[in-house]
Ligand binder design. Structure first.
Ligand SMILES: [Zn+2]
Ligand SMILES: [Zn+2]
Length: 246
């Protein structure tokens, strides 16, 4: 990090947000399903802000979604999201057709395994936004924002599918962890795609929301609880819209 407090690349953001919210998430979100539910509510708020057209709320909502996506990754020991992004979105082009921009048909071929490029591990959000725009920007822009939001919601369903299947299908935790990592990389990619459509710089958005501490309690290590006290009265969070914007 440039100094001790300002994260600049994906790995640093993952660590920074873990320091801010790791303990809070461990206490209040006891299962991974609860974390996926919180990400879904945060994506819903993002979709609501997009429906109102370009406005100043959208960058904040994207930043909140980035934070919640890292919260799921941080549930696992050493899940390095920069690595998963580099595996799923290699530097040379689409991981399926190998082209830049992507030329995949709707029924695309199997993922082409590629060695991850070390330089990608140090990329910041803007580097990823530019790269994904080079590979998928033309396709996404012609498909439109509604399609991109649909794909983001589909990724949430994929996360739910993994979380649900563990009760029915026997697989080692290391395999399941890899599946989560790949789906979380896809969540990031669709968030980057939304930011690209609205010309939002995610580095700026996340810095403006989180660099001085939790946006709700103001602390570097979040102290938000499930209730808050105003005028001597304990208030509980009553609906999704009054949840803290983590
Ligand atoms: Zn392709
Ligand atoms: Zn807080």
């Amino acid at each position: 990090m440039k100094n001790n407090t300002t994260p600049s690349n994906v790995a640093e953001w993952q660590k920074f947000l873990h320091e801010m919210y790791g303990d809070n998430n461990a206490v209040y979100y006891q299962s991974i399903l609860q974390l996926i539910a919180m990400l879904s509510l945060t994506v819903k708020k993002l979709a609501d802000s997009i429906r109102k057209g370009k406005n100043e709320e959208t960058p904040k909502r994207i930043a909140n979604c980035i934070s919640k996506t890292f919260a799921i990754a941080n549930r696992f020991q050493g899940m390095d999201m920069a690595s998963f992004l580099a595996i799923k979105y290699p530097i040379d082009g689409c991981a399926y057709c190998g082209e830049k921009p992507c030329k995949c048909e709707e029924n695309r071929s199997e993922h082409i395994p590629s060695a991850k490029t070390e330089s990608q591990l140090g990329w910041n959000f803007k580097n990823w936004q530019v790269h994904l725009d080079d590979v998928y920007g033309p396709k996404n822009r012609s498909a439109g924002i509604d399609y991109i939001i649909l794909r983001l919601f589909q990724e949430l369903s994929e996360l739910l599918a993994i979380a649900t299947e563990v009760d029915y299908i026997s697989r080692p935790a290391t395999v399941i962890k890899q599946e989560y990592g790949k789906e979380l990389a896809d969540v990031f990619a669709w968030l980057f795609a939304i930011a690209n459509v609205f010309e939002i710089n995610i580095d700026h958005a996340t810095l403006s929301i989180y660099s001085n501490g939790c946006p709700t309690c103001g602390k570097k290590k979040c102290e938000c609880t499930k209730f808050f006290i105003t005028d001597g009265q304990i208030s509980h969070i009553t609906n999704a819209n009054s949840l803290p914007n983590h």
